[in-house]
Ligand binder design. Structure first.
Ligand SMILES: [Mn+2]
Length: 397
């Protein structure tokens, strides 16, 4: 709150001509759940609309989208309709919309990514090429998502950007859709130390939780997704309002109001009744998604649990697992990572790391969540991309 007061003070203090307020949004994943869960598909459209309305209300002068605009590179029509409608609202108020692309926007099939339609329609500006783009007193440079295998090419582009920087005056913003390990170890391709230095604001995307830190004389920030996608994503979703008018960039994270609640619980069977009573007694703004694991030392009827919960929750997982039995465990084996071991064995058996990474990272999660539509789509995409992407060529997405 203090930061905002400071901003308005600066504005009143005669800095109005230099003020630059940016709306920073990322990972909207429009079209996720399409054809599978219409209600949840709508969640993502509503979150995007709420964010655009917020930006308009807050009178930002520029909106930057850091990628994963769409959930699928080959989207259904509604996702595109909502995207175009909302960006048109910005256009109507003279607010430029700059965007880069995430891995979800980029098809393995060499074709024009769907969000580029925004540029063709004069509604938005694609800034993922590494070329500087001037708007107001701000220079924005962006790159589209580079996969881990494209790391070398990404670093070369960083070096090129670094060489350009001394010739650029005014405020500078870098837009990337990459994970840095300082923010999130698991999905990271980079360290913060590898990023080009000297930007006032690093508008990051890819990580589905908000993260903000000072970096050099600038500020690096992930707003997180506008609506959570996976169970592990942060349930608190929002966008940044960034103020570039002072020496140091300020960013205020604003929570979006209409995010579906999610609950992930592990309950002992003896506490199940109490827990069910507790969670069904809460007044949720919308039907929460529920992942529930019941640890039991006796037979339990999954159907009876389901009956008690299905009115109030969208049950994503309901699993009964055996509770640990009495006794002592003498642990001497070194701990192994199940995921790592699974991958190691699979690579040993199949011999092709890319196929295994596809199976484990893309296919398995979709099959596990019963998302057959997208699982089929993924296989189809892999098959189509086979000669180009998987035969050793290092082509750009
Ligand atoms: Mn994403």
């Amino acid at each position: 709150m203090g930061e905002r007061v400071w901003f308005w003070f600066r504005l009143l203090d005669g800095g109005a001509d230099k003020a630059m307020m940016i709306g920073h949004i990322s990972d909207t994943h429009l079209g996720v759940h399409a054809g599978v869960e219409p209600e949840r598909e709508e969640d993502h459209y509503n979150a995007f609309k709420d964010a655009i309305d917020l930006f308009i209300r807050e009178r930002v002068e520029l909106v930057i989208h850091s990628g994963d605009i769409l959930h699928e590179p080959k989207p259904y029509g509604t996702a595109m309709k909502v995207l175009i409608q909302e960006v048109r609202k910005l256009k109507g108020r003279g607010i430029p919309f700059l965007f880069t692309l995430g891995e979800h926007d980029i098809s393995n099939v060499p074709s024009t990514p769907h969000p580029i339609i925004l540029q063709l329609q004069g509604l938005g500006r694609y800034i993922g090429t590494g070329e500087p783009y001037q708007v107001g007193g701000v220079t924005v440079i962006g790159l589209h998502k580079h996969k881990r295998v494209e790391w070398k090419s990404l670093i070369e582009k960083f070096e090129k950007i670094q060489r350009m920087l001394p010739n650029i005056g005014g405020k500078k913003v870098l837009v990337l859709h990459q994970g840095i390990k300082e923010a999130w170890e698991l999905g990271a391709e980079l360290s913060i130390f590898e990023l080009p230095a000297g930007f006032d604001y690093y508008a990051m995307g890819h990580i589905h939780k908000s993260y903000k830190r000072n970096w050099g004389s600038g500020l690096l920030a992930y707003p997180g997704a506008t609506h959570w996608v996976k169970v592990d994503d942060s349930g608190e979703c929002g966008v940044f309002i960034v103020d570039l008018s002072g020496d140091q960039a300020l960013a205020e994270w604003v929570r979006l109001p209409n995010v579906r609640p999610k609950l992930r619980l592990e309950v002992d069977v003896r506490e199940l009744d109490e827990k069910v009573k507790e969670i069904t007694g809460v007044d949720y703004p919308s039907k929460p998604c529920l992942w529930l694991v019941v640890k039991a030392d006796r037979p339990v009827s999954v159907q009876s649990i389901e009956q008690r919960l299905s009115d109030k929750f969208i049950i994503k997982r309901l699993q009964v697992i055996p509770a640990p039995t009495e006794g002592k465990v003498y642990a001497s084996e070194p701990e192994i990572s199940i995921d790592g071991e699974l991958r190691r064995l699979a690579v040993k058996a199949i011999g092709d790391e890319k196929v295994i990474d596809f199976a484990l990272n893309e296919l398995l999660p979709r099959l596990a969540s019963g998302d057959l539509v997208n699982a089929k789509e993924a296989v189809w995409k892999l098959w189509k991309s086979w000669p180009r992407d998987w035969a050793g060529s290092d082509s750009e997405g």
